[in-house]
Design a protein around this ligand. Structure first.
Ligand code: SF4
Length: 694
């Protein structure tokens, strides 16, 4: 811990790691952070924190930080340090030349869930107002885009329904594809507190997470399903509710769209959705599944929490809609202790989606084809806007490989490391003429870049993050930007050299513009955030103090819509060549690909990701604990050390994706969610064989 003196001042800010969005008091000595103290008044964390937010902040001043802009004519050359003016002029010329030669749709941008709402808003504005297309996407594409799609289609709003605190009123908690004690630790602790008070727990996960059997928590049911079968399992839970007459008829009649319910009701009653019929698909015992469904449906308050184990599948959006169906049919929406709660991964993944960084949606989830919404933005921005949706990230890669997409502005996202099928991504990146990477470190994507613009960490800027409970919190500047500019200023200057003026003196003015243009944000301002501490959107005339629980009276002016969610098997099938299914997750002390946590001196950096393998599968292959194991999939190969474990079931192997050298994404495939193209990280058919140390 860096704690070597008395602070001369303190500043309240927000953690930049996970979607819990803990509030911290930074104790400062001049521009130096002495310590991060969890803020007792922080509504998301109430004085609690995990090791990452509390101790893993030293990366912000790590020697690897790049503080000078750099350019190069081609990626074979070494980087050349240049002034900001030269770097931005170089970038602007390349982008302009590309559009002249290849058309206006040949360039685009990727926004970051690590950056602030204001920065994300400006990048999508740059794309729409200056690039004159809708080729903007966000790293949420690879995590929670199915949440956006699935909740909008059913509950009419692309966000979770509750506060974290709401779990303290839950009687039964159903966790699907999430591991809160590792991935969302402060919420995980709150949940444990509720479980210790007697709330019941059902977990649907291919792997045994800690909550299932810890000293203080026991799951009543662990539905240990096969990876890729969420929809069959959730449909089966709904089937039991309908089959056994456990539905909440009053809620359905008063709050839900009758036509969609009738259609869904007929569909879900079919015997093919019964637990008995789906056992062969899911591997889950029918009696246990029936008992779990009864427990959830008969709970006074049943709350569902889900994570990337739901979304990162070829049926990610279907799974999210099936979860919404389950909550509606049991009447578990619209009050404390219930709801549909996506546990968002990164600190601002909710915000990056809210801010319009999808190629089909302007801020506030309004489709680009909607003329009245476009007119609003056109008047504010003084440009005309394209009404056609742009390219998603995987479409950008495809177009690049076909020679139609040549320029990319990538802010705070390491697509070369974190997107699936690394070889495919590398091929796409290699075929572009101008890649501009804006980041705090030289990352894998920068190997393919022509311009590097040094980024600013969350300590070096003002802005806001929005957490998984729609809570907008202030990020406050603790120290000057190491590279002399904050990320939002860089985007403004890039726009300027491209001939478009964005006039903001402070990120608060960007938020004012967002509030003017976005009905769910119309009551949000820095002044109000400073007064209230944080605000959960929607915040407008109807809810001036924000909205802790959504859908209390209606579903954003509409009825809840049931969606037909037919189970379709993933194309990623195990066979004799690839007989095991690989799935992935996180550990508490590390974060994603480790760019920050492994550059933190006071954080123990684990040396490697390991492969959890069931004793039977290990024995079949002559693998012992600690042996090196070669992993081959249809997409690529890598090697990990074995950890023989009963946590995984036979036929399933598991690893984390924190270490840059293990390259989990070398083996993940191109399969993706049918609705959003979210990659199917959670199911990869592999073979595992004992190998010599690589
Ligand atoms: Fe940061 Fe998440 Fe840990 Fe809170 S739980 S301190 S937001 S990483």
């Amino acid at each position: 811990v860096i704690d070597n003196g008395q602070p001369d001042h303190s500043i309240i800010t927000t953690c930049a790691y996970c979607g819990v969005g803990c509030s911290f008091r930074a104790d400062m000595q001049g521009d130096k952070v002495l310590r991060m103290v969890p803020d007792k008044n922080g509504k998301a964390n109430q004085g609690h924190s995990c090791v990452k937010g509390r101790f893993a902040f030293g990366y912000a001043t790590h020697q690897d930080r790049i503080t000078s802009p750099m350019i190069r004519d081609n990626i074979e050359q070494d980087w050349r340090e240049v002034s900001w003016e030269e770097a931005l002029a170089f970038a602007a010329k390349r982008l302009t030349d590309i559009q002249e030669e290849h058309g206006r749709n040949s360039i685009g941008a990727i926004t970051s869930s690590r950056c602030t709402n204001e920065e994300t808003y400006l990048v999508q504005k740059l794309v729409r107002a200056v690039f004159q297309n809708n080729n903007v996407d966000t790293c949420a594409r690879v995590c929670h885009s199915p949440t956006g799609y699935g909740l909008k289609a059913t509950l009419n709003e692309s966000a979770g329904t509750q506060t974290f605190e709401s779990v303290m009123k839950a009687d039964v908690v159903l966790i699907i594809g999430a591991n809160p004690t590792d991935a969302h630790p402060v919420f995980g602790s709150l949940l444990k507190r509720r479980l210790r008070q007697g709330a019941k727990l059902v977990v649907a996960d291919p792997r045994s997470i800690d909550l299932i059997d810890s000293p203080h928590t026991k799951a009543q049911h662990h539905l240990k399903l096969r990876p890729g079968t969420n929809v069959a399992l959730i449909n089966a839970l709904a089937h039991v509710i309908v089959d056994e007459g456990l539905e909440d008829a009053d809620f359905i009649q008063s709050r839900c769209d009758d036509a969609s319910f009738q259609q869904w009701y007929k569909h879900i009653q079919d015997q093919r959705h019964s637990p008995e019929s789906t056992t062969e698909i899911t591997g889950v015992d029918a009696t246990e599944l029936r008992a779990a469904a009864r427990l959830y449906a008969n709970a006074g308050n049943g709350a569902i929490y889900y994570g990337l184990g739901v979304t990162e599948h070829s049926q990610g959006s279907s799974s999210v809609m099936a979860i919404a169906n389950l909550a509606m049919v049991s009447g578990n929406i619209g009050r404390e202790g219930v709801g549909v709660n996506p546990l968002r991964g990164q600190n601002n993944v909710q915000g990056s989606c809210d801010m319009g960084s999808f190629p089909h949606e302007l801020p506030g989830y309004r489709h680009v084809s909607d003329e009245s919404t476009r007119n609003l933005f056109e008047q504010e921005w003084q440009v005309s806007l394209d009404c056609e949706p742009g390219l998603r990230i995987p479409n950008m890669f495809e177009a690049a490989i076909h020679g139609d997409f040549k320029g990319l502005y990538c802010q705070g996202e390491d697509i070369a490391q974190s997107d699936p099928n690394t070889q495919h991504v590398q091929k796409a990146l290699s075929s572009m003429k101008c890649i501009i990477v804006q980041d705090i470190f030289l990352n894998e994507t920068a190997k393919y870049a022509h311009v590097f613009l040094p980024g600013s960490s969350f300590m070096e800027k003002n802005g806001t993050f929005t957490n998984a409970e729609r809570r907008i919190s202030r990020v406050r500047k603790l120290m000057p930007a190491l590279a002399g500019k904050e990320d939002w200023q860089v985007t403004i200057e890039l726009a300027k050299v491209l001939g478009y003026e964005m006039n903001y003196e402070h990120p608060s003015e960007i938020m004012d513009e967002i509030a003017r243009l976005t009905p769910t944000f119309s009551g949000v301002s820095y002044e109000r955030l400073d007064q209230l501490g944080s605000i959960q959107w929607p915040c407008n005339e109807k809810s001036p103090l924000g909205t802790p629980i959504m859908h209390t009276e209606d579903f954003v002016g509409e009825k809840g819509k049931f969606a037909i969610t037919e189970y379709v098997a993933t194309p990623e099938k195990a066979n004799k060549h690839f007989p095991l299914l690989l799935t992935t997750g996180r550990i508490l002390s590390q974060y994603n690909v480790g760019a920050q946590t492994r550059r933190t001196a006071n954080q123990v950096w684990h040396d490697e990701d390991v492969l959890e393998i069931h004793p039977n599968d290990a024995e079949d292959r002559g693998i012992n604990d600690g042996d090196w194991v070669g992993i081959a999939s249809r997409a690529g190969t890598t090697a990990l050390r074995a950890l023989i474990s009963q946590r995984v079931q036979p036929g399933v192997v598991y690893t984390t994706f924190h270490h840059p050298l293990s390259g989990a994404n070398v083996v993940t495939t191109d399969n993706s969610d049918w609705a959003t193209n979210c990659p199917e990280y959670k199911v990869t058919a592999v073979q595992a064989t004992k190998v010599d140390e690589p």
